[in-house]
Design a binder for this molecule. Structure first.
Ligand SMILES: *[C@@H]1O[C@H](CO)[C@@H](O)[C@H](O)[C@H]1NC(C)=O
Ligand SMILES: *[C@@H]1O[C@H](CO)[C@@H](O)[C@H](O)[C@H]1NC(C)=O
Length: 226
């Protein structure tokens, strides 16, 4: 009964800690840079900025300039020759830390979508950004595609913030298991204590019984009294 109350109080404080972590809402800015070169060497060119005002609510503002005619041509060439398009996302959090993530998609898929892409921002259960990836929502696979330049002018990017859902569950389970183990160990310990207590008790009892037996046998008054 007492250990059950203990478990409940520990669990409720654990829930409070988790809730306060989730309540802490962060913001972040992401600088998007892309590489449009046909050769393997990446040359990062500014593509735009994304400001996420609330990581919890996933509120983001996307600011991207239209591609220059030269950039449109480069992207078209990438798509025609079935090369990869790469984006680097440089994340700066409100706490000032900076991390970057690189995503790769097939250039022809991006071109066929007419530059309609999605940026997926994944958080861990403490609300920290652990991944940023660019995806094109298309089931078609292409092996190179020619897309007219006027379709490759401007990105329309949607931002999705994905909260961690499975994060706290393994932690809680581990914690409960640990409590269970401690409780079992304690119970075993108590049983052991009882046994050693009885053993100790018998060590005092047995000599006492022997002493009483001897003393009563050697006591001459006892038979006389009967
Ligand atoms: C993005 O941010 C950088 C640095 O603050 C700035 O130099 C650049 O002009 C911005 N780009 C856009 C498209 O707003
Ligand atoms: C150990 O002691 C507790 C409390 O004194 C008692 O409830 C329990 O039955 C005892 N266990 C054994 C094995 O004697």
């Amino acid at each position: 009964m007492l250990s059950l109350i203990k478990i409940i109080s520990v669990l409720s404080s654990l829930v409070l800690i988790l809730a306060s972590n989730l309540e802490h809402d962060g913001s972040a800015t992401i600088r998007l840079q892309h590489s449009l070169t046909l050769d393997r060497n990446q040359q990062w060119v500014e593509r735009g900025n994304i400001s996420i005002y609330s990581l919890r609510l996933g509120q983001a503002v996307v600011k991207q300039n239209p591609l220059t005619p030269q950039e449109q041509k480069q992207l078209q060439d990438l798509a025609v020759s079935n090369k990869l398009y790469q984006v680097r996302s440089v994340v700066t959090t409100d706490e000032g830390s900076e991390r970057s993530f690189i995503s790769t998609v097939k250039a022809c898929m991006l071109a066929e979508s007419e530059l309609d892409d999605r940026l997926s921002v994944s958080l861990d259960y403490t609300g920290r950004i652990i991944a940023v990836s660019l995806v094109v929502a298309s089931k078609s696979t292409c092996e190179g595609a020619f897309v007219p330049l006027d379709k490759l002018k401007e990105f329309t990017t949607s931002v999705y913030v994905r909260q961690a859902e499975t994060g706290p569950i393994p932690d809680t389970a581990t914690f409960i298991q640990k409590l269970e183990r401690e409780r079992e160990a304690k119970e075993k310990g108590e049983t052991k204590d009882n046994r050693s207590f009885f053993a100790k008790y018998w060590m005092y009892i047995v000599p006492l019984l022997i002493f009483m037996a001897i003393s009563s046998a050697s006591n001459p008054d006892a038979p006389q009294a009967q």
